[in-house]
Design a protein around this ligand. Structure first.
Ligand SMILES: *Cc1c(COP(=O)(O)O)cnc(C)c1O
Length: 341
């Protein structure tokens, strides 16, 4: 048995999800005639109280489309220095949209309204790029699944309005934040101009993300998705998995969070662990003692069929998910306790 804790993207569709996929009604979505895609988009838009939604093959494409629709080449966006849109999208903001990223030095992937205010202030003559967009990420990936304080997000919105900036949420793991903080999709829908969510992370669908926004934004997004090569045909089979995920896999995220907490508790008792970042959702980031090479630790664990991932700067990441069950948790905790170097 392999215990794969590399990401919450490693899950396989459940039996119920596969049944839903096999029974999906489909059509050609490029002609907007796939009923299951249409249903998913309507359902997601209603959930968030936003005007419209569009299905994407990946979260990266949804984010890149959002950046493209809010900006013109030469513009500037603001994001945290650890943001996925800057770190892990292949330089797409520059490649696809010709924008520069002004990085904010936040804490665990999160900055304050005051920091944004400072970053957005200053000259606005012909020498400096137009400031156009703010991107935030909830939960933060590189920040260890940390959740933003909603009050801070509201203050950031105020700075956006004052500075004429659009406001995009990379919500690849937004549902983890909603469950952890007992928040609602509608409250986020009200605050942001556009939101991307992933169905293929904690929600356990094999493929798919959704971009939410106004009618006007989604109309633009449709054109950009085509331009990026992401228009699909009978994708209703995938939308059926996404609908199933939204209906059945949201509340259960609390189980992933509970397991992550148990892992955090054990890690904190181990002498070879230097530090564990506070665990809020399904991501655990920890550091082993300086004398120990994190890669050696990871390879020793893989000999026990436990797969973990290095995150750079000595960080090791564990992600809990739908396919990580109680028996696996027990084995993991036992192996962590037995390990010594
Ligand atoms: C996974 C992820 C994405 C999208 O990734 P894809 O692999 O392209 O679906 C975007 N933002 C964050 C924070 C992520 O963790």
């Amino acid at each position: 048995m392999i215990i794969d804790l590399i990401s919450d993207t490693v899950t396989r569709p459940t039996k119920g999800m596969l049944d839903a996929m096999m029974n999906a009604q489909v059509g050609d979505d490029v002609f907007k005639s796939d009923p299951t895609i249409n249903l998913l988009q309507k359902k997601a838009a209603e959930m968030f109280g936003m005007e419209d939604a569009l299905f994407f093959p990946s979260g990266t494409m949804a984010n890149q489309t959002a950046i493209k629709l809010h900006t013109q080449p030469g513009d500037k966006l603001f994001c945290d220095k650890w943001a996925h849109v800057y770190q892990y999208e292949g330089g797409g903001a520059a490649f696809n949209s010709g924008v520069t990223c002004k990085l904010i030095d936040g804490d665990r992937g999160m900055f304050t309204a005051e920091q944004l205010q400072v970053a957005a202030a200053g000259r606005s003559d012909i020498h400096v790029p137009y400031s156009r967009l703010v991107c935030i990420e909830n939960t933060t990936n590189k920040g260890g699944g940390a959740c933003w304080d909603f009050e801070e997000l509201k203050k950031i919105k105020k700075v956006c309005v004052e500075n004429n900036l659009d406001y995009h949420l990379d919500g690849a793991r937004l549902f983890n934040a909603l469950v952890a903080k007992n928040e609602s999709p509608a409250q986020y829908g009200k605050l942001f101009d556009t939101i991307s969510i992933c169905l293929s992370k904690g929600l356990g669908a094999p493929i798919g993300s959704i971009l939410l926004g106004s009618k006007e934004h989604i109309e633009k997004a449709l054109r950009i998705r085509k331009l990026f090569g992401g228009a699909m045909r009978q994708a209703g089979f995938l939308a059926a998995a996404a609908i199933y995920a939204l209906d059945h896999h949201v509340d259960r995220l609390a189980e992933d969070h509970k397991k992550a907490k148990q892992i955090e508790t054990v890690l904190n008792t181990l002498s070879y662990v230097k530090k564990v970042e506070p665990v809020e959702t399904n991501i655990i980031i920890f550091y082993v003692r300086d004398e120990m090479n994190p890669d050696t630790f990871i390879s020793k664990m893989s000999e026990k069929n436990i797969l973990l991932t290095p995150m750079g700067d000595g960080k090791i990441r564990i992600v809990t998910h739908l396919d990580f069950n109680d028996d696996m948790l027990e084995i993991l905790l036992r192996e962590l306790k037995l390990f010594h170097f």
